[in-house]
Design a protein around this ligand. Structure first.
Ligand SMILES: [Zn+2]
Length: 461
């Protein structure tokens, strides 16, 4: 039969052709591409948010309806970690791609490092705004570097006040130039202790509200081991979960605000946290006092323009050092020497990344995660910092594949593996000391042997 001679056959042929093309069309729809740089960027940090207390990371309680919905439109990193479980240095790593023992921002200002992410982004034409909810991120630490606008909001004013300032700033930016790319850093402190969320957010989790339960959550980071009873521990978690729901609601309101301004769909929206929180898993509460997984594991959810990669879950371990290289890719800034992470952009297209080790430091200990293995090297100063804390030994070794909550220290059973990883930690610390000098001084002042060593490590060109 000749289709040209028969209208019915022609229509039938068209239907068959359309059906044949459907998978290709569907494929095109399922794999949109990122627009060309520069792409606007929002970095939202919910301070103290453990990833395993979000539904999209497997939590059973209804803490995160907005972030769970966001995750369906986003690329989610299942194994994201902070390099230091403490607010100030963790955020500085997000903005510099320097490990905490390289930027060294603890109680001292960021006076000397060569550049920060916001500076580089502003150099290429981004409007830059930061709106934070804790004094740990104020100008004394150098956080204002590179920001056109940077504003601190008191915790008691609530997350809505932070959102309002951020959205007011963005409204003024887009009113002047709707096409101008922007970098917006937003930080909420509402999950952080003391856990005391407003009644509407705690209601799904707290049966009976007792002020003494809130007071208990004011426990400081360096309290030493505490053995609360299960009811006390449970009440802390109930209140904490209410705070997570509060943060989730605020994140949703920020997303709604971006959508109202008409910028959401041309923006890469990153949600993360600076560290997790301990609930006695290793005898400790609060954060800043260990390098166990309850403090290192944080969410990382990235909603991209066109919802590129929507629903993808990336299992490669990543860290806050990887954020700025990713921002550089989205901004069209060439990667440069001194960035200590890798761009996450390849994962947006194909859902996988080159394997990398993850480093953590900052509590008088260092940790290295390589594949399924994690080593923690406890420095001599660690025990002094936490009264009553009994060191499990100079080196701890965990098989995270078999023991993800680090209950079985294998250092004595597998001494060779422990020694090899501890040696790697010592070598990395030496490299970081060299790099700290490089970022704190002009290169010309570095001794030749230091320059050569840094070049061989790829930190200098
Ligand atoms: Zn924090």
């Amino acid at each position: 039969m000749n289709p040209r001679a028969n209208p019915l056959a022609r229509r039938l042929a068209l239907v068959i052709l359309t059906i044949a093309l459907l998978p290709a069309l569907a494929c095109n729809r399922a794999k949109p591409k990122l627009p060309a740089p520069p792409i606007s960027i929002v970095l939202l940090s919910l301070d103290t948010l453990r990833s395993d207390h979000l539904g999209c990371y497997g939590y059973a309680r209804p803490t995160s309806p907005r972030l769970d919905a966001l995750a369906k439109e986003s690329v989610l990193f299942e194994h994201a970690r902070t390099p230091v479980p403490w607010t100030t240095p963790a955020h500085m790593t997000m903005l510099t791609s320097l490990e905490p023992d390289v930027h060294k921002v603890t109680h001292t200002a960021l006076a000397e490092v060569r550049f920060t992410g916001p500076e580089r982004l502003r150099d290429v034409g981004y409007a830059t705004g930061g709106f934070v909810n804790a004094t740990a991120l104020d100008h004394r630490f150098g956080f204002t570097r590179g920001f056109d606008a940077y504003e601190y909001t008191e915790r008691k004013s609530g997350a809505a006040a932070v959102n309002q300032k951020a959205l007011d700033w963005l409204t003024s930016v887009t009113a002047k130039d709707p096409a101008k790319p922007f970098f917006l850093f937003v930080h909420y402190y509402v999950v952080h202790n003391p856990y005391d969320p407003p009644p509407e957010f705690r209601a799904p989790f707290v049966k009976e509200y007792r002020p003494e339960d809130v007071t208990r959550t004011e426990i400081g980071p360096y309290h030493g081991p505490v053995s609360y009873g299960e009811a006390e521990r449970r009440s802390m978690i109930d209140l904490y979960d209410g705070g997570v729901r509060y943060g989730d609601d605020a994140a949703g309101a920020l997303l709604d605000g971006l959508a109202r301004l008409g910028v959401l769909d041309r923006t890469a929206f990153f949600v993360t946290s600076d560290h997790g929180e301990g609930f006695g898993e290793h005898g400790l509460y609060n954060h800043g006092n260990s390098l166990y997984e309850e403090l290192l594991r944080v969410p990382l959810i990235v909603r991209l323009p066109g919802r590129v990669g929507a629903g993808a879950r990336v299992s490669t371990p990543v860290s806050h050092v990887d954020l700025l290289p990713t921002f550089f890719d989205l901004a069209g800034i060439p990667q440069e020497a001194g960035l200590m992470g890798q761009s996450l952009a390849p994962a947006f297209a194909r859902g996988t990344l080159a394997d990398a080790t993850v480093w953590a430091d900052g509590t008088g200990s260092q940790a290295l995660i390589e594949g399924r293995w994690k080593v923690i090297v406890n420095g001599e100063g660690r025990a002094a910092r936490i009264p009553g804390w009994k060191s499990p030994g100079p080196v701890e070794l965990y098989d995270l594949g078999a023991d993800p909550t680090e209950q079985h220290n294998l250092a004595a059973a597998q001494p060779e593996q422990a020694r090899q990883l501890a040696d790697r930690v010592a070598a990395i610390q030496r490299d970081h000391r060299l790099l700290a000098k490089a970022v704190a001084t002009s290169h010309a002042e570095l001794p030749d042997d230091v320059r050569e060593r840094l070049k061989s490590l790829g930190y200098l060109e």
